[in-house]
Design a binder for this molecule. Structure first.
Ligand SMILES: NC(=O)c1ccc[n+]([C@@H]2O[C@H](COP(=O)([O-])OP(=O)(O)OC[C@H]3O[C@@H](n4cnc5c(N)ncnc54)[C@H](OP(=O)(O)O)[C@@H]3O)[C@@H](O)[C@H]2O)c1
Length: 229
């Protein structure tokens, strides 16, 4: 797959949802929506990407490593002259992230943090030893951020959530593909985060997304949509 235009990478959004559209529950502990087969599928997708982006709250709440787990896939990437795992990228308005988070501490991938220009100096002071800190506007300009990623050689970007980040990418119409993994369970609690929040989305009854693939992955249904612009 190639970038849609030279200004930005190909952007693939990936998310696991309950059948009632939630991406987590409202308890303090993380809800497991995925299954082993789907985790392996996502690992394969990660292995095809140059960078993985998550929002600051996902780091706070889930503390993900964002690595390619399979040794074979890491070796394949290395044999093609790529780093073993994609670049880890996050976005934060406040810069308020724990330096002990796995995002910063787990070896095996580079780290890049986009924040507001206002937050850039204090954030660099706190986290600059752990990640490359880039101010990207007040508020953050997503197109600038994507152009910056393209300039760093990112041709294929995987966006793994959470809700605010998916909403941002979709409402600004800068996503090319959506992979929704629908888990066979209900959350049934409106305090829990949904896949996206409120917003004006380009895909409506008059302009529907293109369903490119449906596939069972164990007990999960993978829905792959192409987001025509
Ligand atoms: N099921 C799944 O596949 C999946 C995947 C990932 C996450 N999740 C779940 O999603 C939930 C987190 O979602 P969320 O919506 O709360 O958080 P999120 O999207 O992970 O992160 C939101 C934060 O990112 C920063 N941010 C996002 N957009 C920004 C913008 N336009 N400008 C500046 N900063 C921006 C802000 O950080 P600051 O607060 O620092 O300003 C904001 O508070 C968690 O429950 C997690 O478990 C589920």
């Amino acid at each position: 797959l190639r970038p849609v235009d030279a200004e930005r990478p190909y952007v693939l959004l990936s998310c696991a949802v309950s059948v009632d559209g939630y991406i987590d529950d409202a308890t303090g502990s993380r809800l497991v929506l995925s299954n082993a087969e789907d985790a392996d599928r996502v690992d394969e997708v990660r292995a095809t990407c140059d960078a993985i982006l998550v929002g600051a709250n996902t780091i706070r709440r889930d503390d993900p490593r964002l690595l390619v787990r399979s040794a074979d896939r890491r070796a394949r990437r290395l044999s093609h002259g790529r780093p073993a795992s994609p670049l880890r990228v996050t976005v934060t308005g406040t810069g308020d992230l724990d330096p002990a988070a796995r995002f910063f501490r787990t070896p095996g991938a580079g780290r890049l943090l986009y924040c507001t220009t206002t937050a850039e100096a204090p954030t660099r002071q706190r986290l600059g030893g752990l990640a490359t800190v880039v101010g990207a506007g007040d508020p953050i300009d997503l197109r600038l951020l994507l152009a910056d990623l393209a300039g760093r050689g990112v041709r294929r970007l995987l966006v793994e959530g959470g809700s605010a980040v998916h909403t941002w990418f979709l409402t600004l119409n800068v996503a090319d593909e959506l992979q929704l993994a629908v888990a066979p369970l209900f959350v049934g609690d409106s305090r829990a985060p949904r896949f996206v929040g409120d917003g004006v989305f380009g895909w409506t009854a008059e302009h529907r997304m293109a369903l490119a693939e449906t596939r069972p992955v164990g007990d999960i249904a993978l829905l792959r949509y192409l987001l025509k612009r």
